[in-house]
Design a binder for this molecule. Sequence first.
Ligand code: ZN
Ligand code: FE
Length: 256
Amino acid sequence: MLRIEAIPALEDNYIWAIVGDGHCAVVDPGETAPILSWMQRHELQLSAILVTHHHGDHVDGIAGLLDHYPVPVYGPAQETIAHVSQLVDEGDRVAIPAIEAEFDVMSVPGHTRGHIAYHGHGLLFCGDTLFACGCGRLFEGTPAQMHDSLQRLAALPDETQVYCTHEYTLGNIAFALSIEPGNPRLAERDHQAREQRSLGLPTLPSSIALERATNPFLRCHEPAIRQAAERYAQGSLNTPQEVFAVVREMKNHYRQ
Ligand code: ZN
Ligand code: FE
């Protein structure tokens, strides 16, 4: 049975540890030190490193981990990342025998050109693509690419547990409420997330069902979201992709 643990790092990153019997794998190690001390405390050995995209806050801890544990490092085939030893892409499967885990690789471009996600055991590690009630900025991809990537993630089973890399949930919910104030699930989610943060707890994982019900970036087909985007764009928007592009733009300029 796999257990997932959060190792907080940097400002607001979570490095996710996938824990099996005596061993673990880590996802997006932006720092080395917090992982090493966490593994020591829990008496775990490192078996693999998984990386979703090339940004420093997701990869800067790799070299330091390899100094202690010469393990395979999985990363996106379409990005250049130092120390990645196994290039993986859509359709590939990552097997980590020491923790009896297997993950399917999904190509989810948008935040970066080669961004990938790992899916298996009812778990999704999606880096900076799908956030709790939000999505990553479009640094390299187009709105249409990101929209398609998010729709593919949204099509995963309802109960899939969503592990993204950043604790951005409260800000994301505030934005979501500003464009869909009449969504009762959002108000409920706001209440719950505030309570978790006030106790110092992560708001993650989320679930695909919760994201579909509350995340404006997955809801561009909803009339309320489209109307809010049309008011902002001062014109009619005809496809969910067009709505998505405007909602992403609204978020870029949103100030609480
Ligand atoms: Zn990033
Ligand atoms: Fe990031």
